[in-house]
Write a protein of this length. Structure first.
Length: 317
């Protein structure tokens, strides 16, 4: 039986494909110029926090409703089949395209070893766009298949079920040498970060879930100042508030809280005029801050000595 091989692309065809891939990635960043596009990215990031920033943006652009993606064969293993492309969807537009690593083949490595294993000539991993599909583009397969559950848990922002998470955030604040206080706050503020004293204060009257969201917001303010990186963009008051609220939004959404009613600062006027590189740097900063906080959210603190409200090493007024 003969084996069919894909025709090799010419150099011009490869260059054209690379240009198309770069344009696809640029369009994904471009969506950050609108409030809807920004929200779509943050929503996608909550479900795909372990994905690269580029892949988060491309999922948000192609399928804002996605909470889980997988390739055609991977969905079959999960008990689902990809639905047929609707007639009103152009060919090639049904799949979501994300970057996937392509490591060297076994034959390439063997050939490299036979030629002396020069480290400078080792075959490299490259990345290419591959098709994946979202949870709302598949359907459950009939028995004997056993489809895995796909719907994440939903928690009320005014609930108390995230109280066990608070000690983890307090442990992160301690690592940053930031004090934490739960107290009554005047006005409508839910929390604040005092730059001079390096202290976070959170309204003691909030529900546990609201405390977690506010804590994430104020920790973002703290980390921006205490762990600044050379690639971080310059932030004025409005853009820093955007960063902090975006971090809180995506962090609590990853815990099952939909916080849309707590609006992200209006950014259209800023984003419309912002340089595309600045937009990408700002998104990268948000991704970095949120990743650090999310690591704490999923890590038990070493100090298990908690007070009666589950808040170790924090002052409760």
């Amino acid at each position: 039986m003969s084996v069919k091989h894909k025709p090799q692309l010419t150099e011009d065809e490869r260059a054209e494909r690379r240009a198309q891939d770069r344009e696809y990635a640029r369009q994904a960043v471009e969506q950050l110029r609108s409030s809807d596009g920004w929200n779509a990215w943050l929503t996608a990031r909550a479900s795909f926090r372990n994905y690269s920033l580029g892949n988060q943006l491309q999922i948000a652009m192609a399928r804002p409703t996605a909470t889980r993606v997988a390739g055609f064969r991977a969905w079959l293993k999960l008990g689902y089949s990809v639905q047929k492309r609707p007639d009103d969807v152009p060919e090639g537009a049904w799949a979501i395209k994300i970057w996937a690593p392509c490591p060297p083949s076994r034959k390439q490595l063997e050939r490299w070893q036979q030629n002396g294993s020069n480290p400078d000539e080792r075959p490299r991993t490259f990345f290419k766009l591959v098709p994946v599909f979202a949870q709302d583009q598949v359907q459950a397969m009939p028995p004997p298949a056993v489809p895995v559950p796909l719907v994440p848990p939903i928690r009320d922002i005014d609930g108390e079920d995230l109280a066990p998470v608070l000690p983890r955030l307090i442990a992160l604040a301690s690592d940053l040498e930031v004090g934490v206080r739960f107290d009554d706050l005047p006005g409508r503020a839910h929390g604040c970060y005092e730059i001079n004293t390096q202290r976070i204060t959170i309204d003691a009257e909030l529900s546990a879930n609201q405390k977690v969201k506010t804590f994430c917001h104020e920790l973002a303010h703290a980390i921006v100042r205490l762990d600044r990186q050379p690639e971080d963009p310059e932030l004025d008051y409005a853009s820093e508030e955007l960063v902090a609220e975006s971090v809180a939004f995506t962090c609590v959404r990853s815990l099952g809280i939909a916080a849309e009613e707590y609006s992200i600062p209006y950014l259209t006027s800023w984003a419309e005029d912002a340089d595309l590189e600045v937009l990408e740097q700002t998104a990268g900063l948000i991704d970095r801050l949120a990743s650090r906080i999310e690591t704490a959210l999923h890590t038990e603190p070493a100090d298990n000595n908690v007070n009666e409200v589950g808040e170790p090493a924090a002052v409760v007024a």
